[in-house]
Design a protein around this ligand. Sequence first.
Ligand SMILES: C[S@@+](CC[C@H](N)C(=O)[O-])C[C@H]1O[C@@H](n2cnc3c(N)ncnc32)[C@H](O)[C@@H]1O
Length: 223
Amino acid sequence: MLPWETLDTATAPDGESLDLRRRGDEFLIRAGGYDLMSSEDDGSSKALSSLGLLELGRPAQHVLVGGLGMGFTLREALDLVGPEATVEVAELVEAVVRWNQGPLADVARRPLEDPRARVFHGDVGARIRKPPQRFDAILLDVDNGPDALAHDGNGALYSSSGLAAARDALTPGGVLGVWSFSDDRKFTARCKKAGFETEVKKVQASRKGRGRFHYIWIAKRRP
Ligand SMILES: C[S@@+](CC[C@H](N)C(=O)[O-])C[C@H]1O[C@@H](n2cnc3c(N)ncnc32)[C@H](O)[C@@H]1O
């Protein structure tokens, strides 16, 4: 088997180290010494966009994705919205954007080169709270999930006040999609309490239809 080659290393704003590795056609981003994501695990990242935009039930004009990772969620959203729409991606780590403009660019068919794509460099929570823009869909895959945080600062996104901010940043009937490594009933209850009609979907991690499952909350803002 081919050995992993480290292509670059970076430091997140909270001091966590990240590195980008490659083995043949496969790429891996590691964070804090653990595998954050592999280019083989694109299934659930794409499902976050496809399930969220399907549930919206109308054409999306403005979509917010957080974070960029390898660009699968962004790519899928761009493939599903119309020519006048915008899809903004908030990414905390500048190096991740650079990797997507360089070695990772072809992994998700160069989504950052699409003229409908916008990059916000920073915390997606700050972007959600930045008026006046409202989104038809907010699609979050920034951590291991509501209950398993790699970055402590991300806890606020999944809290009651974080959910209220996301609700207020959505158009009526807009959809909040949240990716997670595992199910979390307390988070489902918080979504409902925050004014969302909420469903949890279990989806295959890989597009090849094998291996682990991940969970996606589809939370629709009540009109
Ligand atoms: C698992 S990856 C996302 C994978 C993505 N769904 C894809 O399609 O490739 C998580 C990303 O979120 C970023 N991130 C973590 N916390 C963030 C935050 N608060 N705001 C914006 N980006 C964040 C990480 O740097 C990383 O790029």
